[in-house]
Design a protein around this ligand. Structure first.
Ligand SMILES: Cc1ncc(COP(=O)(O)O)c(C=O)c1O
Length: 464
């Protein structure tokens, strides 16, 4: 391992899962930095799901919105440093590279292929740790994403297209950066640190959130992959709730998991036309398709005024404030997918479904502007309310595919093999992922990684 003057710094997996392990004075001080000094390196210790004020970064979606008998809980990923929980996997991947390969700032550039949030998170982590960073991303994403990446001092390497063209970012990364000793490629689709982060950290965040909201357990976990990292939280939750069902959501226009569909769509962050390497397809039970128009309109519904939200749903002001601005299109996609999956399973009022808002509406102003431009005006309350009624009319029997039966999981595994063998992974390695022990072994590495990290890192000290 190369010697370096740069000490490594940041939390262990255990500290991200349970920040109460940190010294309380240090933790309070780090929490205070998040708004005051967002690029201070002690913000690395704010990578967790526990809101410093409320204790739980999650909220309940009222029945008047979801139409469900079951409780619907949304994990609020917008509270993380950089504005999206994708910073967590970016940190975990870089931490493991620092540990296993000895990379350090100065001699290494961080390369992050992404359609946005992962790249923003990686740019932020790189900046606070002192690395140069480059985000390889499509040129057609919402403009807020590029501005944030630049604000964190990273450069971009743009490929043609938008969300559904993520394969071009992977190809560009392979051609230009893979194997270069001066580059550390953070591959969120194939790096199991992403899996470890969510199975360990996000799963515990959910457990604490449902407890904090006074609910008994979790019956259904829903997430639209992207990298499928977040879906791994479902596997972590299954350790506590063995009957838990896991649903993956995808855009109707890009129905890759349902039937190999590879169309283009407009939900940024998900629906990347592939089965990712880190997706444990044998742990997924349902696949839900959501038409993308509902997600853009839904983002507008919850970006309206609190008066609109109160009037449309008959909720009180506190509830309207909790809902307002909390969702980007993929968050709405998750909520709609959760509504469909919970209805499909017939979950009653004693049951709980959990999903995730990966970021919030602040990075989709341009998407909402486009919606208004197409409409020729700002949407009125009656537009918003009509749109949400149409969303509520989607029928679960049409939108949900139950993959617990038949050979769907084998089909998905075959797609994974077809995608990843050309990137140099052996068929034998990929086939070993069909056995659950593969995932449990990968997960169990956390204990050793944490011990090594604690021995190597500079201890968290008084944050100023
Ligand atoms: C906005 C948004 N939603 C959802 C996701 C999907 O999350 P995951 O990659 O963990 O599947 C991403 C991933 O980048 C994202 O940026």
């Amino acid at each position: 391992m190369p010697e370096s003057k740069h000490p490594v710094y940041g939390p262990t997996y255990a500290e991200m899962r349970d920040p109460d392990l940190l010294d309380p004075v240090f933790r309070a001080c780090a929490a205070d930095l998040q708004n005051r000094s967002p690029l201070h390196r002690d913000n690395l210790f704010n990578i967790h799901w526990l809101d410093a004020r409320t204790g739980v970064s999650a909220f309940l979606v009222p029945q008047a919105v979801s139409g469900l008998a079951a409780n619907l809980v949304v994990m609020d990923g917008g509270t993380f440093p950089s504005g999206s929980m994708k910073v967590g996997p970016a940190y975990a991947m870089l931490m493991e590279r620092e540990l296993n390969e000895g990379i350090r700032p100065g001699s290494t550039t961080v390369i992050a292929p992404s359609t946005g949030n992962f790249g923003i998170g990686a740019a932020w982590v790189a900046r606070v740790k002192g690395y140069e960073a480059r985000v390889v991303m499509p040129s057609g994403m919402s403009r807020e994403r590029y501005a944030l990446i630049e604000r964190y001092g990273a450069t971009t390497d743009l490929t043609p297209g938008s969300e559904a063209d993520v394969n071009l970012t992977l190809q560009r990364t392979q051609d230009r950066y893979a194997g270069q000793s001066a580059c550390a490629v953070l591959g969120q689709f194939s790096d199991l640190a992403n899996y470890r982060f969510h199975r360990h950290v996000t799963a515990e965040g959910v457990r604490r959130a449902v407890q904090g909201l006074g609910l008994d357990g979790v019956d259904l976990f829903v997430s639209a992959p992207g990298s499928a990292g977040t879906l791994a939280a479902g596997e972590g939750l299954r350790e506590s709730f063995p009957d838990l069902c896991i649903a993956a959501v995808e855009p109707e226009e890009c129905s890759t998991l349902t039937d190999g569909g590879r169309g283009s769509h407009v939900i940024e962050g998900i629906g990347d036309q592939m089965v990712t390497l880190i997706h444990n397809v044998h742990a997924t039970d349902l696949v839900v398709r959501v038409p993308d128009v509902h997600t853009i309109r839904g983002t507008a519904v919850f970006s309206g005024s609190t008066d609109d939200i109160m009037a449309m749903f008959g909720v009180d002001a506190d509830c309207a404030v909790r809902l307002q601005g909390r969702f980007g299109p993929s968050g709405i996609c998750n909520v709609v997918g959760a509504m469909q999956a919970a209805s499909y399973l017939g979950l009653d009022q004693s049951r709980t479904v959990v999903t995730v808002a990966t970021d919030s509406n602040d990075r989709y102003r341009s998407v909402l502007d486009r919606l208004s431009n197409n409409l020729g005006r700002q949407p009125h309350r009656r537009d918003l309310s009509g749109w949400w009624s149409e969303t509520r009319e989607l029928e679960p029997v049409r939108q949900v595919l139950d993959i617990r039966e038949g050979d769907h999981r084998e089909r998905l595994h075959g797609m994974k093999r077809d995608t990843w063998v050309p990137y140099g992974y052996s068929a034998d390695f990929i086939d070993s992922m069909q056995d659950r022990t593969f995932w449990d072994r990968e997960y169990a590495l956390i204990e050793q990684l944490d011990l090594q990290w604690q021995a190597l890192r500079q201890p968290p000290a008084s944050c100023r």
